[in-house]
Design a binder for this molecule. Structure first.
Ligand SMILES: NC(N)=O
Length: 664
């Protein structure tokens, strides 16, 4: 696919993919051993495996959100839009996909109020609307996971292949193998711990690139030199639709179109991805909102910092003899495959840069894949197996099915990525198109949990009408505007913009109009009773006293250990909150106001004045922009790296005491 010779040997590709995957699997065995021995959360309990016992604190939730939302595309497509539109690309990539995480904080608190014991958002659909609607939503949810999962592998494998020459199909199948292993071993909680390490590594490598490019590199080395090189690139290759063709302006028509696509598509890929619901379900009730607001804030820095560095470096260095495609420009396929970042890293830093990129990309792909794997496994276990095949399944059967489904979905992701590779679908195409396929279900899904007036008819017609409108608008626009339907025309800006907007907005309009004509008046008590039909049937996420006694005989820790006492206390506190959903009403308003204000500031107040005034960044303004990007990445590192340790410091102190001093 790519004419540029790989800079690294094939062994580096296999080493990273197999070696790091193997390392994390071994780490997971260790974590699982200590979790089962020193805490009450047993990975053998299906509640713990799939919901982390609904006990995770906000720092780790924020980190998990960042990790799930950091795709290959977050690094690659953000650099592509930096390459295509200049400084506006990274801003819109980040701003256009952060607000959905902020908005999800509202759904997170609503889950705790209206369906606190659910495992998946689809269980809420089933209980509220019945089987037909449930099956439609399951199809949308699985389509979302398949599109996202295969897109992760498509982007990751393209760059691994470009950098190392590793066989692309080997990469596609080997990347999920290690992830499947560690997710099967550890379940959701242990996945959070791997998310933690992966996210920190990604952020440290982003800082490594940023410091190199903006402080020491011989080709750039300072913001002011980057500004000069971008000015020069604007003269050589002016950007159509940007003020004066400049790479240094937010007045970019292409950038703005991308922003709208990103907003619509991101709503689908957050609201319909069980991975984000799973993190809300795993949160402690009082802190779910914090987890999502902090997670959104922290995630912004990943594409913003990375693409403002490597994407812009690729623009600045395209006409440098060290650039891999020199003296040519990148081909459209290379750009669309997300190779701007790879070429930028290679030009700036040679082999060390390529290795750093390979590692950060692998971390991003594996941590978001782990989220997809356990999300789909929950859907297939609870929404298909338990709902339609074996309603009285025992916990050990549920765990077994969860394990099998993780492996099944790992294979499905790889098969779809293989298909995209074989038929010539690139990361950029898939990224722009996937939102229009799933967008119709965004608002019907959100309203299922938040709006008691949405009727069953409105939910169904909203989803299917949105899907039809999205597909029609997309294909008609491509045919009318370009005169033919090809991969190139269907992946272009205007058709994908039309499709994404039509999908999401039609779903919204149909759901609202139909619900107003004939509204439902749903009683949330019905969804609050999911999985808690009688007190004795309440599934315990913790080990029972008997289970614990059995484990204690086999060497597990006794129940009176401080770690275990604290876990019991937290569980009791959370149960009280869940029994009184009104106690979360303050959190709901906080989430609503914060997400609205932050979204407005991020996507309107900051960029629009610069867009409408056609402002081109001066050297000083660019310097300020870069300083902010550094500051933001550091803040994100604090949120994801330090906060989870601070909020669990008591646990770690007790755990080490129990492990090394045999404290009782
Ligand atoms: N997760 C995204 N949209 O990068």
């Amino acid at each position: 696919m790519v004419e540029v010779a790989p800079i690294l040997p094939q062994g580096a590709g296999y080493g990273v993919v197999v070696g790091i995957g193997g390392f994390f699997s071994i780490l997971m065995i260790g974590i699982t051993y200590f979790q089962n021995k020193y805490t009450r959360y047993s990975t053998k309990a299906s509640e713990e495996f799939n919901t982390a016992s609904r006990s995770v604190k906000p720092g780790l939730i924020a980190c998990g959100v960042v990790s799930a939302w950091t795709w290959a595309a977050t690094l690659l497509q953000s650099s592509t839009v930096a390459y295509e539109y200049g400084i506006s690309g990274p801003f819109w990539y980040a701003g256009g996909a952060t607000v959905q995480i902020f908005m999800f904080s509202v759904l997170a608190v609503k889950v705790k109020q209206n369906a606190p014991m659910c495992h998946t958002f689809l269980e809420i659909v089933y209980r509220r609307y019945g089987a037909a609607t449930h099956i439609i939503f399951v199809c949308f949810a699985l389509a979302t996971n398949i599109l996202v999962g295969s897109q992760l592998l498509l982007g990751g494998s393209a760059v691994v292949t470009s950098l190392t020459g590793m066989n692309v199909y080997a990469a596609v199948f080997l990347i999920p193998t290690g992830v499947c292993t560690y997710v099967v071993l550890g379940g959701l909680r242990a996945t959070f711990l791997c998310d933690y390490s992966h996210t920190i590594i990604v952020m440290i490598i982003i800082l490594y690139f940023m410091f190199n490019v903006y402080t020491t590199n011989d080709l750039i080395g300072s913001p002011s030199r980057m500004w000069e090189l971008l000015q020069h690139a604007s003269d050589l290759r002016p950007v159509e639709g940007n003020t004066a063709g400049s790479y240094l302006t937010l007045k970019s028509n292409g950038g703005l179109i991308f922003a709208v696509i990103q907003l619509c598509s991101g709503m689908g890929t957050v609201f319909l991805d069980q991975g984000y619901w799973q993190r809300a379900i795993a949160s402690r009730p009082k802190t779910a909102v914090q987890g999502y607001i902090l997670g959104g804030f922290a995630w912004f820095a990943v594409p913003f910092g990375f693409a403002t560095t490597l994407g812009l470096a690729a623009v600045a260095l395209t006409d440098n003899p060290r650039y891999p495609t020199y003296p040519d420009n990148m081909t459209d396929l290379q750009v669309s495959s997300g190779l701007a970042a790879a070429f930028g890293a290679e030009t700036l830093l040679g082999k060390p840069g390529s290795i750093a990129l390979l590692i950060t990309l692998f971390m991003a792909v594996t941590s978001s894949s782990s989220s997809e794997l356990i999300a789909v496994s929950s859907i297939l276990t609870f929404d298909i197996y338990k709902t339609y095949i074996k309603p009285n399944a025992r916990p050990d059967q549920l765990i077994f099915i969860s394990h099998v489904m993780i492996c099944v979905f790992g294979l499905v992701m790889a098969v779809f990525a293989t298909i995209w590779n074989a038929i010539g679908i690139s990361l950029g195409w898939l990224f722009l198109v996937m939102g229009l396929i799933i967008g119709g279900a965004v608002f019907p899904a959100a309203f299922t949990l938040t709006w008691k007036r949405q009727s069953k008819l409105a939910a169904i017609v909203g989803c299917l009408g949105g899907l039809a409108a999205g597909l029609i608008a997309w294909l008609v626009e491509a045919k009318v505007y370009y005169g033919e339907l090809t991969v190139a025309t269907t992946g272009a800006n205007y058709p994908t913009l039309a499709g994404n907007m039509a999908g999401v907005l039609t779903g919204l309009i149909l759901s609202v109009v139909i619900s107003f004509i004939k509204p439902d008046n749903f009683d949330w008590a019905v969804t609050r009773s999911i999985n808690v039909t009688t007190p004795t049937e309440t599934p315990s996420p913790m080990m029972s006293e008997e289970e614990h006694a059995k484990q204690a005989e086999a060497g597990a820790a006794p129940l009176e250990l401080p770690t275990i006492r604290d876990e019991d206390e937290e569980m009791l506190e959370d149960e009280k909150v869940i029994k009184d959903p009104k106690s979360l009403q303050g959190m709901f308003w906080t989430a609503l106001v914060l997400s609205a204000v932050l979204s407005f500031v991020m996507d309107f107040l900051i960029p629009m004045p610069m867009f409408f005034t056609h402002y081109v960044f001066s050297k000083h303004f660019f310097l300020g922009w870069i300083i902010i990007s550094f500051g933001w990445v550091f803040c994100s590192l604090l949120i994801c790296g330090i906060l989870p340790i601070v909020e669990t410091r008591r646990f770690w102190r007790q755990l080490f005491g129990e492990m090394f001093m045999k404290a009782k």
